[in-house]
Design a protein around this ligand. Structure first.
Ligand code: 13P
Length: 251
């Protein structure tokens, strides 16, 4: 019922030329969007190249961040309005790297989610706990709080259409994947959080990804879990062959 969504997050990697080469290498082997949505999130400086190359293919395009105002005196920021005009589909917001290195708060993330909707795009909203929080038994409460704050003021229809990404910080770029049971447990808690904040229908529609060392070798197992609807993938999304294995996980 929920269409799986596999999204690459290239972080601050690749230039426009490499972006075009990547898309040309994958574009003919992507699954139908109605079966699995294939998305690449690229740095702002690569988005035009990504959009040009992805035109007419099954590849959707995500920005990795945006600001919450459409325009104005905000030196160095990226306008959600312009992203939308360019043809961007999704915006990743609240990634743990944005929270950790750039001081983004739950409140910023909530404002960004609203700005993304106001500009007719969809947010991929990230949450996740540190290893200390996991060891202290605080994971469920923490991520559920992050998502509760991120969704404030959004309508049920908006929430049903967006994507949540559960990315335990200790699993990002470390090669340490959460076990599929650990991932399923937290993703289920997030779905219940949406059910409590909204209703069961909304919770059954919202797509929730797992992220953190997802790779061709573990994607099938993760995707077999009831509540896991996709992956947000860093390292393994940057090589065409491996990205193709990920998006074709059920082929
Ligand atoms: P890795 O897949 O490299 O662990 O990165 C995960 C991530 O942060 C995706 O947003």
């Amino acid at each position: 019922m929920r269409t799986p969504i596999i999204a690459g997050n290239w972080k601050m990697n690749k230039n426009p030329k490499e972006t075009t080469e990547f898309v040309n290498a994958v574009k003919d082997q992507l699954p139908e969007s109605s079966k699995v949505e294939s998305v690449i999130g690229a740095p702002a400086v690569d988005l035009q190249a990504l959009l040009d190359a992805a035109k007419g293919t099954n590849l959707k395009v995500a920005a990795e961040n945006c600001y919450f105002e459409d325009e104005g005196a905000f030196t160095g920021e990226t306008s959600p309005k312009v992203l939308s005009e360019m043809g961007v589909d999704y915006v990743i917001i609240g990634h743990s790297e944005r929270r950790q290195y750039f001081g983004e708060t739950d409140e910023d993330i909530n404002k960004k989610a609203k700005a993304v909707f106001a500009n007719n795009m969809l947010p991929i909203i990230c949450c996740g706990e540190t290893l200390d929080q996991r060891e202290a038994g605080q994971t469920n409460e923490w991520v559920s709080g992050q998502i509760t704050n991120a969704l404030k003021g959004l309508s049920a229809d908006q929430v049903a259409s967006l994507v949540i990404a559960y990315e335990p910080i200790w699993a990002i770029g470390t090669g340490k994947t959460a076990s599929s049971d650990q991932a399923q447990e937290v993703v289920h808690v997030l779905r219940e959080t949406v059910a409590k904040l909204y209703d069961q229908t909304t919770a059954s529609k919202v797509r929730i990804q797992y992220g953190g060392s997802v790779k061709p070798a573990n994607v099938k197992e993760l995707m077999s879990k009831e509540d896991i609807d996709g992956g947000l993938v860093g390292g393994a999304s940057m090589v065409p062959e491996s990205f193709l294995e990920l998006v074709n996980f059920n082929a």
